[in-house]
Design a protein around this ligand. Sequence first.
Ligand code: PMP
Length: 347
Amino acid sequence: CASSSVSIPPPRCLLGPLEAPLRYMFGPGPSNVPPRILAAGGRPIIGHMHEEMFEIMDDIKQGIQYAFQTQNNMTIAASGSGHTAMECALFNCVEPGEPVLVAINGIWGERVAEIARRIGADVKTLVKTPGGYFTNEEIEQALAKHKPVLFFLTHGESSAGLVHPMDGIGDLCRKHNCLFLVDSVASLGGASLFMDKQNIDILYTGSQKALNGPPGTAPVSFNDRACKKMFSRKTKPGLENSWKLHKEVAEYLHEGLEGLGLKLFVQDKNLRLPCVTTIAIPVGYNWREITQYVMKHHRMEITGGLGPSVGMVLRVGLMGYNCSKTNADKVLVALGDALKHCHKSKV
Ligand code: PMP
C-alpha cells in the first residue's frame, strides 16, 4: 500500500503455523525423535552465558564420553551435521602436504578423501567395492608403505550397510605413528564401539541416527595424541591464511615477471588482484602465440584478455590449491621460454 515502505509483501506461507507430517523414518537417517527429546527442544531459551547453560554443556559432554566410551577431555558437541565433525577432525589434524590414508568402501571414505584433497593433503587410498572390508594385514601394509599422519575408517558404512571390524587397528596406527580417525555417524549407539579401548584417536558421530536427536549436532572427541598434533601445527587453517598466501605468492610472481622484462598491467601494486595477474602483452609479440606455446610445451593454461581487455593482457591465475611459489616458478619458466621462442615482429 502507498503508506508502506516495503515493496516485498510477507510470504503467505509463513503466516500460518508450521506443518510437519508424522512419518515413519525408516531410512538410513534421520530417524524419528522420541517424545522426551522433542519436549526438550520446546524448553525456553536461556542465555549462552547463564550458569545453567554451562551445566547443560557439561552434562552433554559426559553423555558423549559415555556413548563414545572415552575419558577424553576434548569432547564436544559441534553445531552442525555429521559433515561438520568430519571437517573439524580433518581440518584441525591435517596440514597441507601431509600424507593421509583413507579407507574407501563406500561414499563416506570417498567424501573424506575429497575433503582431505581440498585441504591440500597428499591423499592415498585403500579401496574396496561397497560391502568389502579391510583386513588388519592390508591396513598394516598400507600404513607401512604410505607412512600417513592419519588413517580414516568408517565404522558403519551406511551406503553399503557394513559395520567394520575395529579390533587391533588402533594399535597398528600407534605402531606406525599415525592418528586413527573413525566415522561413527551411522553406527554409534547401534553397534558397539569403544573409543579408548580400541585406541581410536578421533571419533565423531551425528545426532540424527541411532542417537535419535534432531539433525544439527555433531559429537566429536580428540584424545591426547590428536590434541598434541592439533596444537603443534605449523600452519593455521582459515580464510586469513588464504588471503595472506595469495598475496605472498602474487608478489613473488610479480617480481619474477618483472625480472623477465615483462610489465604488469595494473601499475598500482595495491590494486592488483592477488589471484589473477594481468601482464601487458610485450611489444612485438602475439599473445595467442604465447598462450599456445605454453600449452603445447609446458602443458599449462594461461589466457589472453576477456571482453575489453582482449589483446591488451595475458592472464595468469594461481588460485587456492594452485597458489604456491613452486607453481609461480613453473609459470616463470614457461613464460621465459615462450618469450625466447615466440615470434617477435620487427616493429
Ligand atoms: N558418515 C556416515 C557414515 C553417514 O551415514 C552420514 C550420513 N548419512 C554422514 C557421515 C554425514 O552426516 P550428515 O548427513 O549429518 O552430514
